[in-house]
Design a binder for this molecule. Sequence first.
Ligand code: NAP
Ligand code: 3JN
Length: 361
Amino acid sequence: MREYNVAILGATGAVGTRMIQQLEQSTIPTKSVKLLASSRSAGKKLKFKGKELTVEETTPDSFNGIDLVLASAGGSVSAKYLPEAVKRGAVCVDNTSHFRMDPEVPLVVPEINADRVEEHRGILSDPNCSTIQMVMALGPIYRKFGLKQVICSTYQAVSGAGQSALNELMEESQQVLNGEPVHPKILPTKGDKKHYQMAFNLLPQIDVFHDDGYTHEEWKMIHETKKILLNDMNAKDIKVTATCVRVPIRIAHGETVYFEVEDKSATADQIRDLLEKAPGVVVQDDPAHQIYPQSILAEGKRDTFVGRIRPDLENKGAFNMWVVSDNLLKGAAWNAVQIAEELVKRDLVRVPDNPYIPENK
Ligand code: NAP
Ligand code: 3JN
């Protein structure tokens, strides 16, 4: 049996630490595991399968002898190092948005479009967390009943913005309870000019605004969904729109998803049955007993939880549902490790003869 030399890029982060844990619990046979971060964390010790490993500063040569890279250190870091890793023969599963829309890069949610891994030329992308959980629920519905339109509103946990944002929420919450002033420096997004209180608040901004009034997170949800379901980021066959909102919880995004199917005979019971059989999906939908997905119950789980499935009472063939998933697991680390498992299963952890080595833009 082949064993793999694996590198985790961004190993000390909110996602990276979970990648270590998900790799430990995966079916991937590891010969060695290298933990990479910036110079800030070089020397730090983290455990893999009970063995202490030292975090190393990333350089291009960190990827010498590596077979598989799981990357989660931000877009610019992936842009700089993944081409170097591919040049050195490593297959990279990237958790950042940097390569997601590149036609040469498969964008994969294994339960929905696993076969796309066959097309890889060195780099594969993990979608955004909000997209992953939405397509986990919509994918089976699309295949059985067709989809005309999707309208999503997200309720996104603060951990999606990184460990430092999560620290800010905890600190602010304590300050508000103590009656002290708060000093926001990160949220809603590090990359913008103004910062607002997150504790006991809702912020309808995730990532920066585009000129059309949508945020970049909303843009990602629209185009990633089309690329995953229709293999074309600009496909017109399904209309998709989103409003992304940050809520003051730690982990597990919630989403209301309104969707209109092609097959007008579809019923909520049929959709519930379909999702009950869908791999990676757990239906929690019993209003009579107040059973529905909740973020605190989804934390630490790999599944995507769906409930409140009900028809639009005024529009036949349209439905509402509520979808919850751990944004750091299925939304990031677990989906990336699942892609790697799929590559291992298909013996595709090898860079092909015509590798795709994008220029560092
Ligand atoms: P985080 O908690 O801030 O962690 C960032 C990680 O990147 C740390 O390990 C950090 O190392 C490392 N890093 C930063 N600059 C680096 C550099 N120049 N060279 C090497 N390593 C560097 O952030 P996170 O929440 O884990 O997210 C990391 C990235 O994952 C995000 O930027 C995003 O692209 C992606 N992400 C994707 C999803 C998704 O929806 N699929 C969700 C969340 C995040 P140090 O300890 O040395 O600083
Ligand atoms: O905010 C969230 O809940 C998800 C954030 C994801 C994220 C955060 C910073 C940079 C991404 C992503 O995965 O799309 C990126 C990025 O890589 O662009």
